[in-house]
Design a protein around this ligand. Structure first.
Ligand code: AMP
Length: 395
């Protein structure tokens, strides 16, 4: 997978109309107030760069799932307001139910260098998620250049992420550039040793990740609910722990293929029931009894995993080591997060629950890179080519 994509710094944007696909899929409360503006904050470096260079900046994004028709509660109007406040200049909101309509055309025609316009929710159009040519062409007709900066939807081939790139020179913004640099390089071009840590609930949802990473890593660590299917594959009783019986043979195959590359838990924190206050104890390898379920890795496992992680120069982590939402079963996950925070290595947190876990431990700012896309980062780890990145020009 070649990952050397042109960025906004590789092209001349001054005076040009630049259509930027952002990820403004922010949560709103019942009154339409934005309750978490992280994604707006994340988009600012690219927007500011383009404004400073004197581009005419046309922003677009989806929000929620309006299912291909205009719905007031999914309007991007609140985002335009917040963007204006953050940029300290007016962001003109083109309130067209058909996204590229009279308002958008008029607003763009009136733009001066450094102006910013935001289009309405791209998913108000039924064509968007089907990547239909007509809407892609309409979007492209507004601009001279296309910039994709929405990593969270880069694994989807939609009009505003892929289709439009057929009609305009297409490059990436700073957010996607950073994901390629850290997540992409960690998997495809790592400084070794490379250690991958996988956890979370299911083997079945991470099969492609396991297979892709097994070929690339020096050590693969598997913890969390996924690990019990591997324990069952070793012939151990796992009690009431999470188990995917259909995947036991697969786990056996993977263990045989991986040999000493694969590290699995050697002790477990088991509980009487799935509750933070449940009676619990630590048991050794193969010692889970009927009537108990494993909810976290034990202290010996933390040591085993930590020793391997300390030798790494690159670490990729996806999925918690236990039920980290319950404080009594978050210790293993927190301990692993702490080791990552301490070591002198590139540490990449690959989306989803591990991001929540690292932030819950207060260690987010100690990691080299925290991926902004759940599904997109998982596909990256699976070794898949993300259509929204593939559509951009190579350097
Ligand atoms: P995933 O979405 O597959 O990454 O899984 C994340 C979820 O796995 C979190 O909600 C964790 O609480 C859960 N999880 C991790 N370890 C266990 C475990 N031992 N038993 C049950 N759930 C777990």
């Amino acid at each position: 997978m070649t990952m050397n994509k042109k960025t906004i710094e590789d092209i001349d944007v001054s005076g040009k109309r630049v259509l930027v696909r952002c990820d403004f899929n922010v949560p709103l409360d019942a009154d339409g107030n934005i309750t978490d503006e992280n994604r707006i904050v994340g988009a600012m470096p690219t927007i500011k760069y383009l404004v400073d260079k004197g581009a005419k900046v046309i922003l677009c994004s989806h929000m929620g799932k309006p299912k291909g028709e205009p719905k007031k509660e999914f309007s991007l109007a609140p985002v335009a307001k917040r963007l204006s406040e953050k940029l300290g200049k007016e962001v003109v909101f083109a309130a067209d139910d058909n996204v590229v309509g009279e308002n958008a055309r008029k607003a763009v025609a009136e733009m001066k260098d450094g102006d910013v316009v935001l289009l309405e929710n791209t998913r108000f159009r039924a064509e968007e998620t089907k990547n239909v040519e007509t809407f892609s062409k309409e979007l492209a007709s507004l601009a001279d250049i296309f910039v994709n900066d929405a990593f969270g939807t880069a694994h989807r081939a939609h009009c505003s992420t892929v289709g439009v790139a057929s009609y305009l020179p297409a490059v990436c913004g700073y957010l996607i550039q950073k994901e390629i640099k850290f997540l992409g390089n960690a998997v495809n071009n790592p400084v070794r040793p490379l250690v991958a840590i996988l956890g979370g609930s299911k083997v079945s949802s991470k099969i492609s990740v396991i297979e892709n990473l097994l070929d690339k890593v020096d050590t693969l660590i598997i913890g969390g609910g996924m690990a019990y299917t591997f324990m069952a594959a070793k012939g151990y009783e796992v009690g009431d722990s999470l188990l995917e019986a259909d995947y036991i043979d697969y786990a056996k195959e993977m263990m045989a293929k991986a040999g000493s590359k694969l590290l699995l838990p050697i002790d477990t924190v088991v509980a009487r029931e799935f509750s933070n206050d449940a009676e619990s104890k630590i048991v050794g390898e193969g010692q889970i009894e009927k009537g108990w379920e494993g909810l976290d890795i034990g202290p010996k496992t933390v040591e085993l995993f930590s020793d391997a992680i300390r030798k790494a120069k690159t670490v990729v982590w996806n999925g918690p080591m236990g039920v980290f939402e319950m404080p009594n079963f978050a210790k293993g996950t927190n301990a692993i997060a702490k080791v990552l925070a301490e070591i002198d290595a590139t540490t990449v947190i690959g989306g989803g629950d591990s991001v929540a876990a690292v932030n819950q431990a207060g260690l987010g700012d100690k990691m080299t890179h925290i991926s902004t896309g759940g599904g997109a980062s998982l596909e990256f780890l699976e070794g898949k080519e993300l259509p929204g990145i593939a559509a951009l020009q190579d350097k």
